[in-house]
Design a protein around this ligand. Structure first.
Ligand SMILES: Cc1cc2nc3c(=O)[nH]c(=O)nc-3n(C[C@H](O)[C@H](O)[C@H](O)COP(=O)(O)OP(=O)(O)OC[C@H]3O[C@@H](n4cnc5c(N)ncnc54)[C@H](O)[C@@H]3O)c2cc1C
Ligand code: FES
Length: 278
């Protein structure tokens, strides 16, 4: 990369998938072929994605580091930059800088069971870890995924949900909020914490990875406590507003921690040591 840490790489949009209303996945290829082959990152890291002339915004890298030659991001149209990105088409160029932040400690989880709990648009940061774990399946015990959205239409990665559902080595439970179901919906109906309680996952030897809106996290942690999960075996990823992504601007700090450098991945033990504002 150039000496200017804010200069983005140029990437070409290879493929666009409309995941849900207002939610798209971009598959991005680095224009520099050498970089495309050498680029490395870890599950949980994020980047700054730019629409030229509009600005940058922060998304996790939603593809797995085990899949080489491209990266993917999934984003919801929220405002200025995401709306500009949403107008881009396959073959067009945009900017990317990263990878930034820390990673989920997959190496430490070897031999353990994994429980993924995700809500809404928070499946993208988790998809990266899920595929990383499934692509190295022999390293882990049971893999369970609980994913909920407001309505059936809002579920993202529908094609991959089907794939995970068909795998004998994955337990997938999907749920939608009451009223969000369609007549042919075969999943659960209920909020994620209630469905988790019903699933009764074993806590012994299991790491829980929880990503979702703050309200989902707030009600999911007590359920994990009740099921016997220890705080050191619970992980999440924070999405505090960011600008530089590299610990320079002070936009993302919580107490003495910069979410962009010390995070975005935190264990629950680390979260409990942060001021309540996180
Ligand atoms: C580490 C990290 C990872 C993220 N990963 C993803 C991802 O994978 N997919 C995705 O869709 N989004 C993700 N986000 C959120 C994303 O960065 C914002 O939605 C985006 O920057 C909005 O940019 P904008 O210019 O379109 O919106 P703006 O015009 O800047 O703002 C539009 C609205 O969105 C709100 N907003 C902006 N940023 C955030 C934020 N970080 N949290 C909550 N509300 C916000 C604003 O307050 C405003 O109400 C992530 C954020 C962080 C910090
Ligand atoms: S985003 Fe600038 S310090 Fe974290």
């Amino acid at each position: 990369m150039s000496d200017n840490i804010y200069l983005p790489y140029r990437v070409t949009i290879e493929k666009i998938t409309q995941e849900a209303p207002g939610v798209k996945t971009f598959r991005l290829k680095f224009n520099d072929e050498t970089l495309a082959q050498s680029f490395e990152f870890g599950a949980g890291q994020f980047g700054e994605y730019s629409a030229f002339g509009e600005g940058e915004c922060t998304f996790c890298i939603a593809s797995s580091p085990t899949r080489k030659g491209y990266i993917e991001c999934t984003f919801r149209e929220a405002g200025k930059v995401t709306s500009a990105l949403a107008t881009l088409e396959e073959g067009q160029t945009m900017g990317f800088r990263g990878p930034y932040g820390n990673t989920f400690p997959l190496g430490e989880w070897k031999g353990k069971d994994l429980l993924f709990v995700a809500g809404g648009i928070a499946l993208p940061p988790m998809r990266c870890v899920i595929w990383n774990a499934l692509d190295t399946r022999g390293s882990f015990g049971d893999v369970s995924i609980l994913y909920g959205a407001k309505t059936v239409a809002d579920l993202v990665y529908k094609h991959e949900l089907r794939e995970w559902d068909e795998r004998p080595d994955v337990r997938l439970v999907t749920t939608v909020d009451p009223g969000g179901e369609t007549p042919d919906w075969k999943g659960e109906v209920g909020f994620v914490p209630a469905v988790l309680e019903k699933m009764k996952p074993a806590a012994k030897n299991t790491v829980a990875i929880v990503c979702g809106p703050p309200v989902m996290i707030k009600f999911t942690f007590p359920v994990l406590d009740k099921l016997g999960f220890k705080p050191e075996n619970i992980y999440t990823t924070l999405e505090n507003r960011m600008k530089c992504g590299v610990g320079k601007c002070g936009r993302c700090n919580v107490g003495d921690k910069y979410v962009c450098k010390d995070g975005p991945v935190f264990s629950r033990v680390q979260l409990e040591a942060l001021p309540a504002e996180y």
